[in-house]
Write a protein that binds this ligand. Structure first.
Ligand code: PRX
Length: 660
């Protein structure tokens, strides 16, 4: 905390450029303050006004918020609407039919452009195809696709017929996919033959096939396959169908099914503090409202903007700021299949220049890796590219350190573009604490102020508000429309995870620590307070990785901690005890390699530990509790100077200090 205060003294404040605030939707702190005051004064009236003014309702709602069954809040409960209608049909009605909705750039640079009219037709055809396969309202559809227009079509088609989609990131393993399919009892799986990343062909359909043979997936009746590469794949007659074939003969229109406001739009799995990922369930109306509003408020979206969010559709950012928000806002967006470093680390900057991108939204990890690449290779320095089309920059997913912020501001934004550092989570549906680019003076490293209607506080362990300037637990005091509704199939876990009784039972616990500045009320996120790691902006539970490790036949015990990493934010460090003697030298290196591969197969390559250390035991207290703070110090390479008097086996520390 001291560090934060002393750091802040040296960090300049970046005032809002006049040119920006003049044209902004929220032009100045006066407008921001008025919206906050409106929400304070009449919370339900505030949200009701916004929901009526922004969404098209098939049946208007009469009550904004129902708190009778808290924390299972209901928003706009007796209203009906359709998310796909709001994203597509409305754009055809308002004259956006011929406007580009998505400009898709493939890994190899090939471009595909779809207008709102074309996207509408594709979605309708595929929605009809889904119906022809017997998919109907409330059915769960798992989507395991690479970044593609077809991915958005699949999500929108589900929304159109009231089916609940669950996108599984294409980097997850067969086992991770199987667990999600089984938990949901999905009737359909949509995948691709293969995917392309950095010039390499990677499998998808074969992983999906494997997942379906693992047991628990008997509910899946069909597998729909998007043909991406056209290479030969295994095919199961009657079960498998080509996406293009089943869509081709279908009509170009499909009635958008009105659903209840609270109808689940999707379930997206994320990591928590236990070994089992949580199926975060979102609603239709509240979620879509916030996706739309944050496009207007945080991104200040205008009809002529070219918006680019680099996230994958497998994460919440790709849901809210690719598949729903930009479409609901009638924007033109770029969608990218590849990686920022292929064919070279200038790819992002080159694409911004070629597509005249005006709003660019990415993760701090990507920026940090591109800074490193630009330092090493003058050919990929941003100064070599024309970035004059940019007017706004954004970051998401992890804290951005002030140095990286200032590089981004100077080298990409030419000291001209505001940066919106957006704090939010899978569970929050959209931005929670973020600057409004036409109003909020920026302080690098701070996500600044809660958006209007978001009642954020810093509290202590009993839920009492803390004075500004002291670090504590980030909590949200009132329900908001786009919040998580429940954990799929586990309402009790939902209540305990997010509305813990220790905090009084009515505060939403974000799982992050925060500090609110004494002078300006700005929030700085200090990191997770639970056993969740953030590696390259990807969220992972330490227990999830530990469970994967102990599932290996040779592993007796494992403990996973994070350690700071210059590029990825945090890196995974695993301490492992084998069922046999502790390995040394070459054997240890070999085994560490095997275990990394194993974790890759159990969860996915993103969960592979960077360091693996072997020991005869783990540092434990006399009561058998693993002393994680010691493991965290060891992971950092620190010599242990802390009190180890409660440690049962101090000799273990030396052995565990060595990485393989
Ligand atoms: O720890 C916070 C961090 O990412 C977590 C949420 O991860 P996930 O659900 O995967 O969603 C990521 C994309 C919204 C948070 O609990 N986080 C997210 N954004 C920021 C952040 N930490 C600091 N600053 C941010 N802007």
């Amino acid at each position: 905390m001291h560090d934060i205060k002393s750091m802040k003294r040296e960090i300049p404040v970046f005032e809002v450029p006049d040119a920006f605030s003049k044209r902004a939707t929220i032009a100045g702190m006066g407008v921001y303050n008025a919206l906050c005051a409106e929400a304070e004064k009449d919370y339900e009236g505030f949200w009701a006004r916004l929901a009526r003014g922004n969404l098209f309702w098939s049946r208007p709602f009469t009550q904004a918020l129902d708190e009778s069954n808290a924390p299972f809040y209901r928003w706009f409960g007796d209203g009906q609407l359709n998310a796909s209608y709001n994203c597509l049909d409305r754009n055809l009605q308002t004259g956006n039919g011929d406007k580009a909705a998505i400009l898709f750039e493939a890994d190899d640079g090939a471009l595909t452009r779809v207008t709102y009219r074309e996207l509408h037709a594709k979605v309708c055809r595929f929605a009809n195809a889904l119906k022809s396969l017997g998919v109907s309202g409330g059915d769960r559809v798992v989507i395991y696709l690479p970044m593609s227009i077809e991915g958005v079509v699949a999500m929108q088609a589900c929304a159109r017929i009231g089916a609940i989609h669950s996108v599984v990131f294409g980097g997850f393993s067969a086992k991770a996919l199987q667990e999600r399919i089984a938990d949901l009892g999905a009737v359909l799986l949509i995948t691709a033959d293969e995917q392309m990343r950095a010039g390499k062909v990677l499998p998808l359909k074969s992983i999906a096939d494997e997942a379906l043979t693992m047991g628990g997936c008997e509910s899946v009746r069909h597998v729909v396959v998007y043909r991406r590469t056209g290479n030969r794949i295994e095919w199961i007659e009657n079960r498998d169908r080509w996406m293009h074939e089943i869509s081709a003969s279908q009509p170009e229109t499909c009635e958008a099914e009105p659903v209840d406001a609270e109808h689940p739009l999707f379930v997206l799995y994320t990591s928590g503090s236990t070994g089992r990922p949580k199926g975060v369930q979102h609603s239709t109306a509240g979620y879509l409202l916030w996706a739309m509003l944050t496009m207007q408020w945080t991104f200040d979206i205008k009809p002529e903007d070219v918006f680019w969010c680099t996230a994958d559709i497998g994460w919440i950012t790709g849901h809210t700021y690719i598949a729903y928000g930009p479409l609901a806002a009638g924007a033109t967006q770029i969608m990218f299949e590849g990686v920022p470093t292929y064919p070279n680390a200038g790819r992002f900057w080159e694409m911004i220049s070629r597509h005249r991108v005006s709003i660019f939204y990415t993760a701090p990890t990507a920026i940090r890796s591109l800074i490193k690449a630009a330092d090493a290779n003058p050919q990929v320095r941003p100064s070599r590219y024309d970035l004059t089309s940019l007017r706004l920059l954004g970051t998401v997913g992890e804290p951005i350190n002030p140095d990286t912020w200032q590089w981004y501001h100077h080298h990409i934004g030419s000291d001209r573009c505001p940066i919106v550092d957006t704090f939010w989570q899978t569970e929050t549906g959209g931005h929670m604490i973020a600057p409004l680019p036409g109003a909020t003076p920026l302080v690098p490293g701070s996500c600044t102020l809660p958006l209007p209607g978001i009642m954020a506080s810093v509290v202590d362990e009993s839920g009492q508000a803390l004075p500004d300037g002291s670090g504590g637990i980030l909590a949200i005091r009132r329900p908001w429309p786009s919040m998580i509704r429940t954990i799929w199939g586990d309402p009790e876990r939902f209540r305990q995870s997010y509305f813990p009784a220790e905090l009084g039972g009515n505060l939403y616990l974000a799982g992050d620590g925060a500090i609110r500045d004494k002078d300006n009320g700005y929030f700085t996120i200090t990191g997770r307070i639970d056993d969740v790691l953030n590696v390259s902006g990807h969220r992972m539970g330490t227990m999830e990785i530990e469970s994967a490790l102990v599932a290996h036949p040779l592993v007796a015990e494992a403990a996973v901690v994070g350690r700071a990493d210059e590029v990825t934010g945090e890196a995974i460090c695993a301490f492992v005890v084998l069922k046999r003697e502790c390995p040394l030298g070459g054997e240890a290196r070999q085994l560490a390699g095997d275990l990394r591969k194993w974790v890759g197969e159990q969860i996915g390559p993103i969960a592979k530990p960077k360091d693996i250390r072997f020991g005869d035991n783990l540092p434990k207290t006399r009561s058998g509790k693993i002393m994680r703070r010691l493991l965290r110090s060891l992971a950092k390479g620190e010599t242990i100077t802390q009190d180890v008097s409660t440690l049962e086996n101090p000799a273990i520390l030396e052995q565990l200090g060595e990485a393989f």
